[in-house]
Design a binder for this molecule. Structure first.
Ligand code: SF4
Ligand code: SF4
Ligand code: SF4
Length: 374
């Protein structure tokens, strides 16, 4: 059984960990004040941009059926990304997320990824990138450091044998460990204060709770907090290969949440919080199609907001998007206490059964908590 050589600080007392989690956020994600202002004024604050879909791994639960891909004419070109960033910045947008829909630092993608990050930085837009990290060597890490990028690294298990099996590539975990050591030395985990006084970090671990790692989640959580790494722990998104993947039971997820965070689980999206990105963000895929978010679908069909050629502003102001921004939902989620208390925003990838200008129906999840008493 192989463990990483970044040592887990198991001796940190529990209360310390819990206090740190309340205040830590990622350097390239909005503060609570920015989010609340954006919601109040209906402003687009965050844009997720897919990079081209090539990936060297073969994750068993990949939300995108990731793997090799040959370049096609329909893929966005670097100029298309630049135009989008220009419009986004002119609308007041401040943060770009590059999801791991295709590995951003794959040889086919790395040049494009760096160009996007650099162009965004020149327009005062910060970027965070979801990555497998194993392809990051010292030179690339230095470049990313100079560009002040935030990295969200795939981290499903401390155990190399489990991690390698999950991604379908032997030796992956060892390469990732080397990259993490470089990032640590370059101060990606340095404790900095953001403009709002919150502690920030430029490194996060992205972990989905699955049967293979369910007994490690608490350890991953505490390791992150003790090392100034943001723990981004969620449940499997039933999309791509994730649709057929055996998920951890809701009872076990509740138990993990309580023991790791000390709190009751309130949303199926994240272990300690919920996803409200649809109220201040948009998602654009590598072919220029716009969606409300990464996993949004209604009865298996993607919820489309048109194409980026018509502009982001048009999609942002569509009647459907306004309804989504205002959480104008029907169905079980609308009656759930967690929804009514703003502790869960429902989820377009997990709950949506109908989505049109007439009606957005969200049919609940295993963590439903009945209507509030009036
Ligand atoms: S989850 Fe990400 S890293 Fe894994 S196969 Fe899919 S795109 Fe590649
Ligand atoms: S609403 Fe659900 S599918 Fe969409 S980004 Fe949030 S967690 Fe993912
Ligand atoms: S039922 Fe809906 S609102 Fe309630 S916890 Fe589940 S996803 Fe959230």
């Amino acid at each position: 059984m192989l463990y990483y050589y970044i040592k887990v600080k198991k001796d940190k007392p529990q209360p310390f960990n819990k206090i740190r989690r309340k205040t830590m956020r990622l350097f390239a994600t909005p503060s609570k004040i920015e989010v609340s202002e954006a919601k109040k004024h209906g402003r687009l604050l965050v844009l997720w941009l897919e990079i081209w879909p090539s990936c060297h791994l073969n994750c068993q639960f990949c939300f995108n059926n990731g793997g090799r891909a040959s370049k096609e004419e329909s893929w966005l070109k670097v100029e298309d990304y630049y135009r989008m960033i220009d419009e986004f910045a002119s609308l007041g947008g401040k943060y770009i997320g590059i999801p791991g829909y295709g590995e951003p630092f794959h040889p086919q993608n790395v040049e494009l990824t760096i160009s996007i990050i650099r162009y965004a930085k020149e327009r005062q837009v910060k970027t965070y990138v979801f990555t497998t990290a194993d392809l990051i060597g010292l030179d690339l890490a230095k470049q990313l450091d100079e560009l002040k990028v935030t990295l969200m690294v795939k981290f499903n298990s401390f155990k190399a044998s489990i991690q390698d099996t999950l991604v379908g590539v032997s030796g992956y975990a060892a390469k990732r460990a080397k990259a993490l050591e470089i990032l640590k030395q370059l101060d990606f985990t340095k404790n900095e204060k953001g403009d709002d006084g919150e502690v920030t970090t430029r490194l996060g671990f992205v972990t989905s709770i699955i049967p293979e790692n369910e007994n490690e989640i608490e350890e991953i959580w505490k390791y992150c907090l003790a090392n100034n790494i943001y723990p981004d722990v969620d449940t499997i998104l039933p999309s791509g290969r994730g649709e057929c993947f055996q998920a951890t039971s809701p009872e076990k997820i509740r138990e993990i949440c309580k023991s790791a965070t000390g709190k009751d689980l309130k949303s199926p999206t994240y272990l300690d919080g919920h996803c409200d990105r649809t109220q201040y963000g948009l998602y654009v895929n590598y072919q220029g199609k716009i969606f409300p978010c990464l996993g949004c679908k209604s009865n298996g069909k993607k919820i489309s907001l048109g194409n980026v050629g018509a502009g982001l502003a048009l999609a942002w102001n569509m009647v459907l998007m306004r309804k989504i921004r205002n959480r104008d939902y029907f169905g079980k989620c609308a009656t759930c206490q967690h929804f009514q208390n703003n502790e869960c925003n429902s989820c377009f990838g997990r709950c949506c059964t109908k989505c049109s200008e007439d009606e957005i129906k969200m049919e609940g999840c295993p963590f439903y908590s009945g209507p509030m008493e009036t």
